[in-house]
Design a protein around this ligand. Sequence first.
Ligand code: FES
Ligand SMILES: [Fe+2]
Length: 425
Amino acid sequence: MKDALRDCSLDESKFNMKSTILNHKLIPPPNWDRSGLPAWTYFNDELFELEAEELFRKHWQIVCHVNDVPVHGSYVTFDLVGERALIIRDGNNQIRAFHNVCRHRGSRVVNLAEGRCKSAIICPFHGWSYNLDGSLRGAAKANNFPELDPQKSGLKMLEMEIWHGFVFVRFKPGPQSSVAKLLDRFDEEVSRYLPDELLQTAPIECTSPENVNWKSIRDVDNEGYHVPRAHPSLNDLYGKNYYDEPFINGVSRSFAPFNEGSGRLWSVRHYKKLLDQFIPPYNKFSRAWLYIGVFPNFVLGFYPDSVIFYQEIPFSVKESGIRGATYKRPDEDRTMRLARYLSTRIDATAIMEDKQLSILSYEAMKSSAFEGILLSDLEYGVRTHHDALREILPVMSQEIEPPSGTMVESNNLNRKTSPNEVYDG
Ligand code: FES
Ligand SMILES: [Fe+2]
């Protein structure tokens, strides 16, 4: 997408503002509010409980790709704010999503992040067994129980949707539409990357908890202003052309066409050289990295050589990890494999750099000298994410932290719209 003039007026009707993109530059609306969320929103345990309920349980979460569960009985698990999901392929080749909660006493029915149950899911606690379609096969020593209905006592189903091969779950009904509708403006652009065929390169990983609120990680990721200074390799790859689009209806797009020229750093120079050797259809791919951000906490990344996702996992108000994976193409040749190796290396460096930045900005908010933030036009994406948060949790607009025990009440007092009216459609 190298169009010199791309006048896409972005309809941010929910925020009564219009921004424009010209020459890969996002022009925010005039006189926009450059402040961020108040510091207390990054430290308050009661607000964290509201976030868990209204954001994380009620918004779609990416879990894996269908090819992460390639054969019957293969599964992936996913934990978030006390909820536990199990994605499993059943005997009829259907992908299913359940709560990873035994109907006997609630144990996880599978304990690992990924694995395979050959013909049944057997709870590690007392050995209740479930068929791959979730129905109860039998309780251990069943004569000690009244008769159990296989369906009623089966694993609880979880709302699930598959979009271009990626599997999403939602723990509770929420204000977003279906994933397909939410992301439909990307259908054509994403399908060029042949996402249905992707294969896992390594098990999905979650980093161990860092002392940082999840929003501080997202705030760093929602702007490219820091790229020239903080990410030498990303800057060498695409620093001149990168731009972020604001959140619209809870979804944002960032596009990073590569800088012209060969590149200063070894990894970038060789990465670009390898891309030049790609064969059809991959030589037709944009020489760019495309990121699609989905509110509140995850990103899909589409590269010429691979596809990635990453998401913030909040463990508590002050502890978070990052979960993610990289996918390759089934017909990957040696050239593409090397290119993927280099893009992964560039990414891994940037992730470490971002981790440090998010910890620095989180720590800063504790200082008595901290007076909030002042966003540049290049950080408008941070503002639109904060606006989206305020729409769901209006108490975040309050400069003064609500007294202990009043969070829910304060949130309701600040509310002008129902959470279900936040999204179009
Ligand atoms: S908790 Fe699963 S069998 Fe008892
Ligand atoms: Fe970054």
